[in-house]
Design a protein around this ligand. Structure first.
Ligand code: SAM
Length: 305
C-alpha cells in the first residue's frame, strides 16, 4: 500500500485521456447557473513538476503531454487551429499553468477542476487523498490558490468518504473516481462505490478511470460498470486510448522488457450529451499524435439510459 506516487506518472498518456474527458465534462457542466460540486475521491498531490526528480525518473510525460505539445508545435498555427475543440481546450488549460512556451508544470485533477469552477455561483471542490505525504503536498499546493471555502481537503479513504458528500445540496455533481489500483481490491471497490453512489444520488455524473492491463479484474471492470449503469437505467460513455507498444524495447541486460502502461479507459455514467461527439473528434487526433507501435487504437462507445 502507498508505493504508488502519481508524480512518477503525471502527464502521461493516461493523464491526457483522463483530463481531456474531465475538462470536456466540466466545461459543459459549468454552463448552468447552479452550483456544481466536484468530488475527487483520489486526488493525488494536485500539481507536478515535469522537470522534477519524480517525473525525470520515469519520463512518462515524454509519451504524453510533452509528445502532444511537440506534435502540435510541429503542425504550426494552422495545425493548432485544426485541433478538435476538446483537445485544444485540454491543451489550453495545461498551458495556463505554464509560462509561454514551457511545459514544466502539470496540473492534476484538483487543479484542473478548481481552474474551471466558479466562485460566483459557489461551485465546490471536495478532495480526498489518503497518502501521508501526498495529502500534505496537496494541502500546501491548494493553500497557495487562496480559494478559501471553495475547496475542502480531507486525508480520508475516498471510497468511504464519498458517502458523506452525496447528494450535494445543489443536486449537481461530478465525481471523479481515480484510484491507483495498487491493490486488486480497488477494482471491486470502484464498482461497489459507484453502486452505492447511484443509490444515494442517481443523477450525478460519475467518471471512473482504469488501466487497461492484462489482469482479469481490469479486463472485467468496464463490463461490470456497463451492467451497473444499465441496471440503474442510466446513460454511460466508455472511452479507451491505447498508444501501443514502444517502438524500441528497453534493453537493460538481465531485466525483462517493461513497456509500462500502454492503454487506459474512462467510464462515465450520466455523461454530458456533448461528450460522445467531442471525444469522437478528439481521440483519433490524439492517437495520431501519441500512437507509437503495435496495439494502438481508440474507442468511444455509449449506451444505457
Ligand atoms: N486524480 C489524480 C489526478 O488525476 O491528478 C491522480 C490520482 S492517483 C491515480 C491515485 C491517488 O489515490 C494516489 O495519490 C494515492 O495515494 C491515492 N489513494 C490510494 N488509495 C486511496 C484511498 N483509499 N482514498 C483516497 N486516496 C487514495
Amino acid at each position: 500500500m502507498f508505493s504508488y506516487r502519481h508524480a512518477f506518472h503525471a502527464g502521461n498518456h493516461a493523464d491526457v485521456l483522463k483530463h481531456l474527458v474531465l475538462i470536456a465534462c466540466l466545461r459543459h457542466m459549468t454552463q448552468k447557473d447552479t452550483a456544481l460540486w466536484v468530488v475527487d475521491t483520489h486526488a493525488g498531490a494536485g500539481l507536478y513538476r515535469l522537470d522534477g526528480d519524480y517525473a525525470g525518473t520515469s519520463g512518462e510525460a515524454a509519451e504524453g503531454i510533452l509528445k502532444l505539445a511537440a506534435a502540435i508545435k510541429a503542425k504550426g498555427a494552422e495545425g493548432e487551429q485544426a485541433l478538435a475543440p476538446a483537445l485544444a481546450d485540454y491543451l489550453q488549460v495545461v498551458r495556463s499553468f505554464n509560462k509561454e512556451g514551457q511545459w514544466r508544470i502539470y496540473p492534476g485533477s484538483p487543479f484542473i477542476s478548481q481552474h474551471l469552477l466558479r466562485q460566483e455561483v459557489r461551485d465546490k471542490l471536495k478532495l480526498f487523498e489518503l497518502h501521508p505525504t501526498d495529502s500534505g503536498t496537496l494541502a500546501a499546493n491548494i493553500a497557495q490558490l487562496g480559494a478559501g471555502r471553495q475547496v475542502g481537503i480531507a486525508r480520508e479513504d475516498g471510497f468511504e468518504a464519498l458517502k458523506s458528500v452525496l447528494p450535494p445540496p445543489s443536486r449537481r455533481a461530478l465525481v471523479l473516481i481515480d484510484p491507483s489500483y495498487e491493490i486488486k481490491t480497488d477494482y471491486a471497490k470502484v464498482a461497489a462505490t459507484l453502486r452505492d453512489a447511484l443509490q444515494r444520488f442517481a443523477t450525478g455524473t460519475y467518471m471512473v478511470w482504469y488501466p487497461v492491463i492484462p489482469r482479469p479484474e481490469a479486463h472485467e471492470l468496464p463490463r461490470k460498470l456497463k451492467t451497473l449503469a444499465n441496471s440503474f437505467r442510466k446513460p454511460w460513455l466508455h472511452a479507451t486510448l491505447a498508444i501501443g507498444q514502444p517502438e524500441q524495447a528497453a534493453t537493460v541486460p538481465g531485466e525483462p522488457n517493461r513497456p509500462g502502461l500502454t492503454a487506459s479507459g474512462v467510464f462515465v455514467v450520466n455523461p454530458p450529451h456533448i461528450l460522445k461527439a467531442a471525444l469522437q473528434q478528439a481521440l483519433p487526433q490524439l492517437l495520431e499524435m501519441l500512437g507509437r507501435g503495435r496495439g494502438q487504437g481508440q474507442v468511444v462507445e455509449a449506451g444505457g439510459g
